[in-house]
Design a protein around this ligand. Structure first.
Ligand code: ZN
Length: 333
């Protein structure tokens, strides 16, 4: 691993935690928006790039701030079959060319791609699958899968529909389900238990965004009662030895996204991030390295790897182990 990692010399990598809303190259998003005649707040490309990416010196205080500021436009632009097909295709191809990502899981919430019900969910989901299939035709070295996300801002009924669609399209390339979105007072993980059960029973992989910010109550509930194969972030488990032991015992893999944690204030400094990741590693929790959306965070899995090595958060050997964990923990078989 080093500066000479270009083209064929790059080691094979897996990316498991990548949001479609933060994963598409800004110029491609710009064209998709124009091709659909979407009215944007500026006629200047550079303003648009600022609008959908987090600048080097930009810093936020919560996941909610990032969610509201950045996903609004990308979700709107991606809300059509054409847009979602083009987006998915570009991300999977780009991941292979830029970082040699040969196992790529990409996630999105279909209910946030249907213009409030104006677009048909089946059209949106099958368009995403088509984009993935076309990318794999161009890059047959890549194995890819899509994760359909539920969201804390949606109703139980809406989330239920997402799970039904995931089950329906399982044989076509939907490999798992997730639940994401900033914490909300009226959201109850417990009320969604049967949906996770249903997904598991159908053979879908389960990952859940939790243990990213706030208290650990929800993550503990998830580990004890939902028992997913993976957790999105989960980085706050470093504060609780018993929880870390449970993660190891149950073989739950954490999808760690270092730059995202720094930008959203989950880690308030590199030292803080170091403490979190090193503690998890010491307790032998299975970790993987991901971006959370490479274009939005102006990163990629290679840069995340280099950040961890250069800041002496993990050694090269430990980073290699994390990528091995990624291949093992992938829902794409
Ligand atoms: Zn995420």
């Amino acid at each position: 691993m080093g500066e000479l990692e270009i083209g064929k010399q790059m080691p094979k990598r897996a990316e498991l935690h990548n949001h479609l809303g933060g994963a598409v190259d800004p110029p491609i998003m710009w064209s998709i928006a124009h091709n659909q005649g979407i009215k944007l707040p500026s006629k200047d490309y550079w303003d648009f790039e600022d609008l959908i990416t987090i600048g080097r010196h930009e810093q936020y205080n919560s996941v909610k701030e990032i969610d509201q500021k950045f996903y609004y436009w990308t979700e709107l632009i991606q809300s059509s079959p054409y847009a979602i097909e083009t987006s998915v295709k570009s991300v999977i191809g780009g991941g292979y060319r830029k970082c040699n990502i040969v196992v790529h899981e990409l996630r999105f919430c279909p209910m946030k791609r249907n213009r409030g019900g104006e677009q048909d969910l089946d059209h949106i989901i099958t368009a995403a699958i088509r984009g993935m299939d076309r990318a794999i035709l161009e890059y047959p070295q890549v194995k890819a899968g899509l994760i359909l996300m539920m969201d804390r801002s949606l109703t139980y009924q809406q989330n239920k529909i997402i799970i039904e669609k995931a089950v329906k399209y399982k044989h076509k390339g939907i490999v798992g389900i997730d639940l994401a979105g900033p914490q909300k007072k009226n959201f109850k993980m417990k009320a969604h238990l049967d949906l996770f059960k249903k997904a598991k029973k159908a053979g879908l992989g389960v990952t859940i965004h939790t243990g990213e910010e706030g208290r650990l109550t929800e993550m503990k509930f998830v580990v004890d009662y939902i028992k997913p194969q993976r957790i999105g972030h989960g980085i706050l488990a470093w504060q609780d030895k018993e929880l870390m032991k449970k993660l190891v015992k149950q073989k739950i893999t954490l999808e760690i996204c270092p730059t995202s944690n720094l930008k959203s204030g989950v880690a308030d400094s590199l030292n803080h991030l170091k403490k979190m990741i090193q503690t998890l590693y010491q307790y032998k929790v299975s970790l993987t390295i991901n971006t959370d959306g490479p274009e939005m965070y102006k990163t990629n899995v290679y840069k995340e790897q280099q950040l961890l090595i250069n800041q002496k958060i993990l050694t090269k050997a430990e980073v290699s182990q994390c990528f091995k964990n990624g291949f093992r923990a992938s829902f794409v078989k």
